[in-house]
Write a protein that binds this ligand. Sequence first.
Ligand SMILES: [Fe+2]
Ligand SMILES: [Fe+2]
Length: 460
Amino acid sequence: MTLFEAQLGQPTSRAKVSNADYRGLYQQLYDESEIATVSAAVFLQQQLERVAAVDCELPQDPQQLSSWMQQRCARVAREYADYLKQRQAGAARRYFLNKAHALYFIQRVAPTKRVDGAWLYGLLDYWQDHRFDELLNTYLEELGEGDAGQNHVVIYSKLLKDHDCDSVAGLRDEHYLQGALQLALGRCGAAFVPEVIGYNLGYEQLPLHLLISAYELSELGIDPYYFTLHVTIDNASSGHAHKAVQSLMQLLPMGRGRDEFYRRVNLGYRLNDLGQGTTAVINSFDLHCEVVAMLERKRAFGQHMHSNYCKFEGKTVNQWLSHPGQVEGFLEALEHKGWINRNQDPRESRFWQLIEGTGPAMFGVFSGYEKQLLHDWIAGDWRSPQREVPIRRGGVIKPLPKQQAMMVDPDILALDDALRGLPDAEQLVRLIPWMAARRHWRPVGLYATRRFIQLRARLR
Ligand SMILES: [Fe+2]
Ligand SMILES: [Fe+2]
């Protein structure tokens, strides 16, 4: 029996998590399915076994962690300064070819970002143990301390909505792996404390790609606030990265068990390497393939919706859409007939005019992201003389407008009722489930978070 099996009190070989169903596990954990707890533990163990052979970059001696982190940070700062110099000297964007590419990235990392912080959820149970304070504070900051405008999940969801790219169409199972890991660590926190600490240590380090993506998103007219927020909040001198090292040092056993604990921290750290990383997601973008795949997905809905008035190379639109695998031919036919003029202003293409403009015939057929794909595919190497105005917020938080008429939230009323008359400590414990991934960003979850913070302060 392995260490993990011993902690969980049951052999894990009976339950198997298929490597090909990260999405299913993600959904089960997100939906708070009870049966998912065993699957989550098995899944974690499988993933820890996968990373056991990977080299770990952490220093052998935990005492070296602080200086290791500072050096790493200094290197990232130097590399970013080089990047900026290159850009100022006229180099092209390093990551995103166009806006569609950037939205593709935002959409594919969404399953992870929508559960931001979830790996720390299980540690809320240790609210009385001061050694966990920094980890709890990190979690509460991920939740915006109950302020919607600061809640990382709310901020990311808004970003997806603002660009109409919150659909999961086109996402692959692998895109759910990191999110599933985060939810699983949150669910099984008690049995995997060293691994949670290690994962947190890795996740909260400032990577170069965060700085570059924020810069390039802003250039493309996409609000980079979610990303710039993490540059400031995760900083190594006082932010989440610093807190991550601090809490590890406080929780590391002083005697027997120290090496084993740190070994498990190392394994947890390496879980960050699983799945498609940021740069791999960015590099996997192929505009032509994305356009074809998107139209193929749409085909099923559009195949009976067109009139038979127009023919392209002898076939009506409905005939082109009637079978899979014809999209590329259809696009070529549209080009031959002059309905699409590639490498020119898309507004000059008749096909684009059906999608965008005043009262277009295909109004509402394509989402914002899908339109951007088509736009950038048609535009090709044509560049608009109008430059996007870069969005830079400089870390200043725009407060959400005060809502004049707030609906009385039935969940908040019910929670209030359930807590009435209970001693403070019991109230606090009852608030914890409302701070899980599926709930904390809703009004009731934000309310529970604020109340948790008040009670915790009172009980210390
Ligand atoms: Fe975050
Ligand atoms: Fe963070």
